[in-house]
Design a protein around this ligand. Structure first.
Ligand code: SF4
Length: 383
């Protein structure tokens, strides 16, 4: 079996080239051909010695993921469904804007975290993607888009690891992929323009800050442990105070001087003014210790299994006003690609659940979750 060269960051490729008896600098040339020029045919890599090209043909290949579907939204958003074998498929989404092009990349086939409002979480978990499978999404999208738009310059300026999966539960494969994105001989993206989104895998946040500090987004979604335990089950292991302390530590190495907190607005569940005030209290306590953050309020994209509803616009605005009045930068995310189910929280490839997560979430779903204003409590017991 030959090696897929998308599996390597530049250092990994240098080691591979040394294994073929070649000098390390050959890896830089090869890396550029693959990632900057989108080439997969070694015969086309004209400045590589013929002897190296022959060795590469024997021992290596560069393979994209087979595409199952491509959908283009009326707003220009493009969603691809990639086949990763054994009945699993993952999605990536390109979101064009005036000043940037963002690719949302998947890190796992399914997800074991099981967030209640997330369509991937409801599918359960099959397996981690390899580095090659993560990078292949960017490699394909960048070079497809250059051809599609008939341009030679870079199209994708930002990558967000916000597709299917919890990236920090696939750390070993994630980091080389991030390094290839940042490498000047690869995609040359700035650390500020590569964002890892996590539900709060604390030990891996610590490691990421040391190994490859990129911008960080944290899925918060609730102002109290009682509610977050229910919406983001990982909170039972890593509760809010520990999570926010880790966010503060991460800032010492982060390329941006703030953490983005994602907050999905769920009607009657976490969207009341009381919640916003609780959130202000919580964050102020940590801001006194050095935490800097921005809030990104995300309109929920309902899917039938969730049993949850989208907050109405007025409620979202009221919630945002409380945060803004308290001095926190707060934006409401514009929904993109919802006519092709490409909006936030809607990604759901085809996943064979091998863990029973899907069944567990289905049981949780049977229990209604509702905020009771009179008693300031929720009627959903911990599961
Ligand atoms: S929101 Fe992220 S961490 Fe939670 S289930 Fe979905 S993919 Fe997993």
């Amino acid at each position: 079996m030959t090696a897929n060269l998308l599996e390597f960051d530049l250092e990994g490729l240098a080691v591979f080239c040394e294994g073929l008896g070649e000098k390390r600098f050959r890896a830089t040339q090869l890396f550029r051909w693959i990632h900057q020029r989108g080439m997969s045919n070694f015969d086309d890599m004209s400045d590589l010695a013929k002897s190296l090209r022959e060795k590469l043909k024997l021992h290596a290949h560069v393979a994209a993921l087979p595409i199952l579907t491509q959908q283009i939204s009326k707003d220009g958003t493009i969603k691809w469904l990639f086949d990763v074998g054994s009945g699993d498929a993952v999605e990536a989404v390109f979101i064009p804007e005036d000043d940037r092009g963002t690719l949302c990349v998947s890190s796992q086939a399914g997800c074991a975290v099981g967030c209640r409002f997330c369509s991937t979480g409801h599918q359960g978990f099959s397996r981690n993607l390899s580095t090659a499978e993560i990078l292949a999404q960017l490699w394909f999208a960048e070079h497809f888009l250059r051809r599609h738009l008939n341009q030679t310059d870079r199209v994708i300026s930002n990558v967000v690891m916000m597709g299917m999966g919890e990236p920090l539960q696939n750390y070993t494969a994630l980091v080389p992929a991030l390094k290839a994105m940042l490498d000047d001989h690869g995609y040359g993206l700035s650390r500020r323009r590569v964002t890892v989104s996590t539900s709060g895998v604390l030990p891996m946040m610590t490691r990421l800050s040391a190994d490859c500090p990129v911008a960080l987004a944290v899925s918060l979604h609730a102002p109290t442990d009682a509610l977050r335990d229910n919406l983001v089950p990982l909170n039972r292991k890593y509760p809010l105070d520990e999570l926010l302390s880790e966010c503060t530590r991460y800032l010492e190495k982060a390329p941006r001087d703030f953490i983005t907190f994602e907050y999905c607005m769920l009607k009657g569940v976490n969207d009341q003014v009381t919640h916003a005030k609780q959130l202000v209290q919580l964050i102020r306590r940590h801001a006194a210790l050095g935490l800097r953050c921005k809030f990104n309020l995300i309109p929920f994209n309902p899917f039938k299994e969730s049993g949850l509803l989208r907050s109405d616009d007025a409620t979202v605005q009221q919630f945002a006003a409380v945060l803004l009045d308290a001095g926190f930068v707060t934006t409401v995310r514009k929904t993109r690609g919802d006519d092709i189910d490409a909006a936030c929280g809607q990604l759901a490839g085809d996943v064979k659940d091998r863990t029973g997560v899907a069944e567990r979430i289905a049981q949780q779903r049977a229990v209604p979750i509702q905020w009771h204003a009179a008693t300031s409590s929720f009627d959903t017991p911990h599961t």
